[in-house]
Design a protein. Structure first.
Length: 195
């Protein structure tokens, strides 16, 4: 299908899966790449990074975003030992339950099953995966976590996250960097403006 200009606005960034889930539309690339002053990416339901901005790529020492953000976060030693500060408590304890929930919700998805298998059998992430068996997956929206930015150095990120429709399992994540050792406050809930 195309818009009035004849250009295909429904081009997929991800792909329609075998169950017929909707794609992530190309327009999201414009949204993500248009974010300035913050790191931004969109990941599909498997946590494959399908679009990101230059600020997000600058987070990584080689200037390239990982193919799969969850696999990088939980299984890459550079993430665990260099980029994601306080990795076990701030990052892994929230990410492991998210992997478990995804597999529980879609146990026939081979990519999710493979990811969970690799995390469960990893000598570093595996014990956390097992220890968080009863924990609920936390949405990253509003999370404040320590990070070691490849260009800016140690600091904090404040995450803002949303699920683009129609692919509700995908995530748009924007992270604002705050330098220094002092933890910034979690942002307050958005309230309706008076008037």
């Amino acid at each position: 299908m195309s818009d009035a200009t004849g250009m295909g606005w429904q081009v997929q960034l991800g792909r329609r899966d075998l169950e017929g889930r909707a794609p992530i539309y190309e327009a999201w690339r414009t949204v993500v790449e248009g974010v300035t002053g913050a790191m931004a990416y969109i990941a599909d339901r498997h946590w494959d990074v399908v679009a990101c901005n230059a600020e997000f790529r600058a987070l990584f020492p080689d200037g390239r975003a990982p193919a799969n953000i969850m696999r990088w976060m939980l299984l890459d030693d550079r993430a665990r030992e260099g980029t994601l500060l306080n990795w076990a408590e701030d990052w892994a304890w929230g990410a492991c339950p998210a992997v478990r929930r995804a597999v529980t919700n879609d146990p026939a998805d081979p990519e999710l099953v493979n990811l969970a298998h690799d995390v469960r059998h990893d000598p570093v992430a595996g014990p956390i995966y097992l220890a968080t068996a009863a924990a609920h997956a936390l949405h990253p929206d509003g999370a404040v976590r320590r990070i070691n930015h490849a260009v800016r150095g140690p600091g904090w990120v404040i995450a803002t996250a949303a699920n683009p429709l129609p692919e509700i399992a995908a995530q748009f994540v924007m992270m604002q960097y705050r330098p220094g050792p002092t933890r910034p406050h979690q942002p307050p809930p958005l309230r309706k403006r008076a008037g």
